[in-house]
Ligand binder design. Sequence first.
Ligand code: MLC
Length: 482
Amino acid sequence: MTLPDLFDLSFVGRRLEPALEWDRLYTFGEIDDRASRMARLLADRGLSFGDRLCVFLPNCIEFIDIYLAATRLGIIFVPINVLYRDREIRHILSDAEPTVLITSSDLLPHIPADAPVLLLEDIRRTVNHYPATRRVAVTDGETPAAIVYTSGTTGASKGAVLTHNNFLANALNVVTCWQINAADRLLLTLPLFHVHGLGNGIHAWLVSGCLLRLTERFAHDQAAAWMQAFSPTVFFGVPTMYVRMLEWPAAVARPIGERMRLFVSGSAPLPAQVLQDFHALYGHIILERYGLSETLMNLSNPLYGERRPGSVGLPFPGVVVENRNPAGEIAADGEIGELFLRGPNLFAGYWRKPHLFSAGSWFQTGDIAVRSADGYYTLQGRRSDLIISGGFNIYPREIEEFLAEQSGVEEVAVTGVPDPRRGEVPVAYLVGAFDTAALAEACRANLASFKIPRAFVPVEKLPRTALGKVQKHLLPKWEPTA
Ligand code: MLC
């Protein structure tokens, strides 16, 4: 089977049932027809099997239409983080070489002039001229469905190629293990350009046939009203969203908790304190799970049974986990190791970088963990200096390389510092005679907002080992000024 086959559980089986709340309520039949028209439009624009289609858009109903159309035609869907800026976008375009890039006119200034742009506004004007007759060209589950760019340890981001089978395996696990069903009401405020929103949110919706309320983003000053109006039974979030929800008064929180069936958290570690405070306010123990763009979901606390604070739970069905110690042996329970993974959820490799990973091999996560005697895994940190801010991954190396190119900067080190809302934020330490305002301006023009250092701290020199490696833990501690 492929994704279109599985989605037919809803598109055929629940054709007249309510599917999506966006600008109005849509049935599954209407979503199906929208996808069929969109597929015709994309084919008419010259897109065919194996072509890459970049989408640089915030959440909207057309994002879903385009994704569904791509899965039907075997077009490889390449979502671009809508917070990315010129330099980041240029890199993805040159790597993925899309036949078409879809964006909206307000985002166009960030797109290189020679990109093969198709405007959302033009799509909206013309898509209804196409017939809603269905055409499906994908028959093999090993066909790539998407390339998701993840920040790279080497500086530039790499494209993780995810197949239909990867998404199928993930969707079946999520829907089964969390018992997402047609009676559920899923509020989705996560961005659809990442696997959390797309691979869990959209797929769980279409496989279970539940009702989805999609929003453009998580606006923390509006989210309480959305929850009150929609009465979701399921919510998928990143820890930053749960931290924001702790700010809501008990009179707002309690009724939301009473109507909710399941809160799930992932994409960044959920502090045990947040889990406890949330339990006190909402009457729910958030279900924490662990995934990666390259592997989709790997581990999850159980729906029934103990949801252990600080732990990411047990391997999902079919996922094989080895926690290896530095000698490469399997770490004993209670001993620190690094997580290595195998399973049907693992990606097919990095786009045009076959030397970095080959399908079927173990995936080295870089995440340090311990396993308890009863099989629960608890993350202890990371082998790399990856920063996770609001659920978005940041590799310091990428910011360091960019800052090192700026005038007056001789040396630079970027590190993550704790932040109560976002988990971590980046801070840059720099040597040289540089202009802080100019650096901030250059970052704003070229980097996603979550990658812009919170501070540019001048230092005399960077602490280094005898071999010249920067010792980031010896950098002066930076404190935010209130
Ligand atoms: C933030 N902004 C967005 C946006 N998120 N703009 C458009 N779409 C989005 N989704 C912009 C805001 O407009 C604002 O811009 C700035 O970023 C800061 O937003 P904020 O709301 O003040 O910040 P914050 O309270 O920190 O909340 C941010 C957040 C967001 C939590 C809502 O970071 C978010 O949606 N994170 C989810 C990340 C995610 O899905 N990761 C999954 C990766 S997959 P301005 O101009 O006003 O400053 C993965 C695998 C796995 O990791 O296991 O899941």
